[in-house]
Design a protein around this ligand. Sequence first.
Ligand code: NAP
Ligand code: GDD
Length: 328
Amino acid sequence: MARALITGITGQDGQHLAEFLHGKGYEIFGVVKGQNNPRAQQIREEFPFVEVLSGDLTDLPSLVSCLETAQPTEVYNLGAISFVHFSWTQAELTANTTGLGVLRMLEAIRMVGGQQNNPIRFYQASSSEMFGKVREVPQSELTPFHPRSPYGCAKVFGHDITVNYRESYGLYACSGILFNHEGPRRGLEFVTRKISNAVARIKLGVQSDISLGNLDAKRDWGYAGDYVKAMWLMLQQNEPDDYVVATGETHSIEEFLELAFAEVGIADWHPYVKQDPRFFRPAEVDLLIGDPTKAREKLGWKPEVDFPGLVRMMVRHDLAVESAKLSK
Ligand code: NAP
Ligand code: GDD
């Protein structure tokens, strides 16, 4: 039976991936950090088929122990300090978790899986944030990196060390360079969910406005449920490789606002949106747009949810959640 070990199980992608792999009949092990992580209980309740293991990407012995217990055929390394803005506040923690954490997991795989014909397949959650100040448009697997944040720098290390371990030790290690992907499980700190949640609350009269930073930035936004399929497909190929996963479209924060407010019948969003210097970044990534040709041709992957569909899904979800809170 296929067995998957997932770091970052309490995050957006970890939950989508667990659901997806469960549908494929996998036995699933999820790594949860901390001595009493409140999100562990949520995982046990919502995903009873996941066996929760205690581990931390900053602690090599704990990763070895997780691998020994799970005996996985596939490891998905989704755990990270993933909020770009936060990475300036705790740059060392970000480098240690998001960067060195990848090296620790690769070493743990070498220790547990053996040096020759290591049977464990490894997926690394790389990021379009590595392209940063983009060198070409659109960005492909061949576009040089120019990270703009401590997070982006840490992801470049994680990406490069994954490629290096594949080339040095023959590990089946893949790196998915995923562009922004969102959905109802997105954390409230990220701009799309911050907006969809605020729009719902404004519609219901429990919030008056929303404060944001740079509204001009453009992102290639897809749906997280589509993107975890690409992760799995990468580990089912004959040879390990790296792939860009994106929609090939880009939209500004303003376009997201326009569609989100329109979804609740508000035609002009301007009176509800304030700009606050606290939400601007020391260095910005102005434009991301991916070229997913390789993923489409080699993996047969394509996104199912388009941009308006994504915004609609998130706003409708938050409207339902916030309405339910009010009726309690
Ligand atoms: P997320 O919702 O922020 O989840 C991050 C996960 O990492 C959480 O489960 C968190 O656990 C865990 N984590 C943090 N520090 C850890 C540590 N020291 N040891 C073990 N686990 C730790 O992120 P996501 O959106 O699901 O993204 C998944 C991965 O894809 C991340 O690596 C992210 O950087 C990368 N990525 C995301 C996108 C995107 O648009 N979503 C795009 C490209 C790449 P707690 O809940 O306990 O904090
Ligand atoms: N979070 C946030 N909050 N972002 C804002 C705000 C705000 O109030 N106002 C404007 N923005 C802008 C940011 O400056 C950025 O240009 C854009 O909205 C998107 O910000 P986030 O949603 O925080 O995502 P991100 O693009 O920085 O990072 C996400 O995508 C990466 C892939 O490109 C994260 O999921 C990363 O983990 C991921 O690697």
